[in-house]
Design a protein around this ligand. Structure first.
Ligand SMILES: Nc1ncnc2c1ncn2[C@@H]1O[C@H](COP(=O)(O)OP(=O)(O)OP(=O)(O)O)[C@@H](O)[C@H]1O
Ligand SMILES: [Mg+2]
Length: 451
């Protein structure tokens, strides 16, 4: 249950400000009333895929493709909601499957069986089960089927099928009439319309060629939202969630810029920030009336979210993890966040901390450090990039957090491990070394200049 809160108690200058919010409307799973910037896709999907199904016909199969947080899932959920509100859908059975949870043909068909009230018979093989289901669908009284496979890139079933999305599933959904033993003269009686969703750009190439030729689907490309589009969407979401416009355009633009720059435009992060904004507000009227205050509260909310995330990541790790993080911080600060330098820095840190290094040799140590950094990449705190100023060693990282916030968390944990003082010495020495190197470089340059 989300938090319903009322900010009326705050001391207001004119006592008329009233901001009631229902932050469940900013939950990731909530389906909003409007989906700005997806109107064209919604219209086409309605006409080509949903309208035929509403009219008891076969709809055009559809595949929705686009990066994370571009509104693919919510677009389908929104259309379903509207279709149900405005039409008689008693003849339609909608089955939604997230293939991240059900990644094999069998798991998908087990869910289909469950939802249709049929029994999946284990031990008799997938194809026999498919035949039974298709025969059921081919009978007079069964509903029209709308099957939505979200995260369809996860659907790789058998070893021989590795390169392609589960063939049995896609083949049977696109050619159900070929899965039954007999088709009456007036043809296959059921209708199956299928919608696949993926954030993998090359998903169409993962469909086996013979299946692709019979699928005759339409592909809908969901492009990353631009900054201006993000502002519109957040503005719309804010209107639904709060009775007052807490943030005006400049503050929303600040959020949009943050997620465009640091989160590949994934709108989820923006909604998360919007949801957390009221927690940082003391007096609604002051914030509503002052753009500067709004931007301040956005900044502090972004920082707080980062802090919480870093704390979560750092929670109950061992000293080696914190030493790698300290080394990462140093190299980020120096502008040299290459794996090689983080590893060297980690070696030095271990020496200063008088802790035995992980990894028997440099190679093993580098791979240990690599794994720690990969973990940060996975949870979205670091991004891998290439820096060709060092062609032999281009692999490096870019942070998706405020360096000061990161530093504080590293220091807190090193302090708890009683390592901070020792590492501080290392920083000093490293800085001295750097100074020496700079002096040397200057000397060489001087010599050159003076012939
Ligand atoms: N145009 C929009 N208007 C309002 N809310 C949106 C819009 N686009 C996305 N959202 C919201 O952003 C969040 C992410 O959207 P959604 O889950 O549809 O992304 P997705 O494209 O399916 O991402 P993924 O590939 O990671 O599954 C959801 O909470 C959704 O409600
Ligand atoms: Mg999705």
């Amino acid at each position: 249950m989300g938090n319903k809160f009322d900010l009326t108690n705050c001391t207001d200058q004119n006592n008329t400000q009233r901001i009631i919010s229902d932050d469940t409307k900013l939950d990731i799973g909530y389906v909003p009333e409007k989906i700005p910037h997806r109107e064209h896709i919604i219209e086409e999907l309605l006409n080509n895929t949903f309208a035929p199904v509403i009219n008891e016909n076969q709809g055009q199969h559809a595949i929705l493709v686009g990066p994370p947080g571009t509104g693919k899932t919510v677009t389908i959920k929104h259309i379903l909601q509207k279709v149900r509100e405005n039409n008689d859908t008693s003849h339609i059975k909608t089955i939604y499957i997230n293939c991240a949870d059900r990644s094999s043909g069998q798991a998908v068909y087990e869910k289909l069986c469950d939802d249709l009230g049929l029994k999946f018979v284990r031990g008799q093989g997938l194809s026999k089960n498919i035949t039974s289901i298709m025969e059921y669908i081919n009978s007079e009284s069964t509903p029209d089927l709308l099957v939505i496979l979200d995260e369809i890139h996860e659907l790789h079933s058998t070893r021989s099928d590795r390169d392609y999305l589960s063939r049995p599933v896609l083949y049977s959904l696109s050619r159900p009439h070929q899965c039954v033993s007999e088709v009456a003269e007036d043809g296959f009686k059921g209708n199956i319309t299928f919608i696949g969703i993926s954030n993998e750009a090359n998903i169409i190439e993962e469909i086996a060629p013979d299946v692709k030729s019979s699928l005759s689907h339409a592909t809908y490309n969901f492009k990353k939202y631009t900054e201006e589009e993000i502002v519109d969407i957040l503005s719309q979401r804010q209107q639904e969630a709060y009775s007052e416009e807490i943030l005006s355009k400049p503050a929303l633009r600040k959020i949009a810029r943050e997620i465009a720059q640091n989160f590949h435009g994934d709108i989820r992060k923006g909604i998360d920030i919007l949801k957390n904004v009221p927690n940082g507000i003391e007096s609604p009227s002051v914030v509503v009336d002052s753009q500067k205050k709004q931007i301040d509260v956005v900044e502090s909310t972004i920082e707080k979210i980062q802090r919480d995330k870093i704390q979560q990541v750092f929670y109950s790790k061992d000293k080696h993890f914190y030493l790698v993080m300290s080394s990462l911080y140093q190299q980020l600060k120096k502008g040299k966040p290459h794996l090689k330098y983080v590893t060297q820095s980690y070696s030095k840190a271990c020496e200063y901390a008088m802790v035995e290094k992980q990894g028997e040799d440099y190679k093993a140590r580098k791979s240990f450090v690599y794994r720690q950094l990969e973990y940060l990449v996975k949870i979205g705190l670091l991004e891998k990039t290439k820096d060709y100023s060092e062609p032999k060693n281009p692999n490096c990282y870019e942070e998706i957090f405020n360096l000061e916030v990161f530093k504080e968390a590293v220091e807190d944990n090193l302090e708890r491990e009683r390592l901070l003082e020792k590492i501080r010495d290392q920083n000093l020495v490293l800085n001295l070394e750097e100074q020496e190197a700079a002096n040397e470089a200057e000397e060489i340059l001087d010599q050159h200049m003076n012939g």
